[in-house]
Design a protein. Structure first.
Length: 349
């Protein structure tokens, strides 16, 4: 049975700035302008927005009313859930660096849930409407990600930790050069005498994963080493990685460069099942320098991301964008570093 417009259930859903925007056929930023800077709008647009406000009975929150005149000192950051039984130590380190840098600048990080695969507008609209968030830091950027275009269209400041991997580049971003990291890993292994160097990565189509695969491929070709039949893929799961690396070991790989420390740990398990010793029989290099890397036996050689610098740069770029919305976009690509431990050793070839 249809609910009456006057029923309690119908009244339960709050009317937000985003609701008004949809009714008027404009962006949330246009509704904000109608409330705070009506002189910026054409008369017909202003009339349409005010009519929608009147029809819906919208009453803006005090924070939203001051969106243009007073900073909330809040920066939004969406947290994406991790799979059961896993952790995200790398993103934890980034978030700590981001929070500390923001705090030093007089800002606070407002965390909110951002489900994977979400286009984002609903969550971001609510924060803009209810809390007058000054801007956003995005992470987990991926192919087809629509958040950047949506925020840019609405005039909302943002910065990405991660590049846009497809389509037109929009907005400011900070990223770590994953290709440079895996390139350095191959250089290290070649210097130790390895010639059969395999790559265990994520399924193709991941921007970050493809970038790390590119660095391995580039370095191998620079040294005239074959890449055909020396690449395997796995989701970021230890058991899956253990299975996926098997054919590479069967083909005689003396070293494996992995796209993450989780995949590298799967290599450890596969080697031990065969009675082989990581670092002695087959070299293994991971990526991320997670806390477990130094605790493994032998310690895992891995590529470390400069997450403190990423956090500082994200806050710097976001504050600059808030103060000058018309400035040219700035993109920062930071170099990772190779941390050598016992899992990479000289080849007997």
């Amino acid at each position: 049975m249809a609910r009456s417009p006057d029923s309690p259930a119908a009244k339960a859903a709050p009317v937000t700035l985003a609701t008004v925007a949809r009714r008027a056929g404009v962006s949330p930023q246009t509704v904000s302008n109608a409330l705070n800077a009506p002189e910026l709008l054409r008369p017909k647009t202003l009339e349409r927005v005010l009519l929608a406000i009147d029809e819906l009975g919208y009453r803006p929150h005090r924070a939203a009313q001051t969106l243009r005149t007073r900073s909330s000192k809040l920066i939004g950051y969406g947290i994406r859930p991790t799979a059961p039984g896993t952790s995200a130590p790398v993103m934890d380190r980034f978030l700590h660096a981001l929070s500390q840098t923001a705090d030093e600048a007089g800002y606070r990080i407002l965390l909110f849930a951002a489900p994977p695969g979400s286009a984002g507008p609903d969550e971001y609209e609510e924060l803009i409407d209810l809390h007058s968030v000054d801007g956003f830091v995005l992470s987990g950027t991926e192919r087809g990600d629509r958040r950047q275009a949506w925020l840019d269209k609405g005039g909302v400041p943002f910065v990405g930790f991660g590049r846009m991997w497809s389509g037109r580049q929009i907005g400011d971003w900070v990223d770590v050069d994953g290709a440079s990291g895996t390139d350095a890993a191959v250089e290290h292994l070649v210097g130790l005498g390895h010639r059969s160097i395999a790559f265990l990565g994520w399924p193709r189509g991941s921007g970050v994963g493809d970038d790390r695969a590119l660095g391995w491929q580039r370095a191998m070709r620079r040294h005239g080493l074959p890449v055909r039949g020396r690449r395997a893929q796995s989701v970021d799961d230890i058991d899956s990685a253990r299975t996926a690396v098997g054919p590479l070991l069967d083909a005689g790989a003396t070293a494996v460069v992995a796209a993450s420390d989780v995949l590298a740990l799967g290599c450890y398990h596969a080697l031990r099942e065969r009675g082989a010793v990581p670092g002695e029989d087959v070299a293994v290099v991971g990526f991320d320098d997670s806390p477990a890397a130094a605790l493994l036996s032998p310690g895992l050689s891995t590529v470390s991301q400069p997450l403190e610098a990423v956090g500082r740069e994200c806050v710097r770029l976001l504050l600059a964008r808030m103060s000058d919305a018309g400035a040219p976009p700035e993109r920062v690509l930071l170099e990772p570093s190779l941390v050598v431990r016992g899992s990479s050793a000289a080849s007997d070839d």
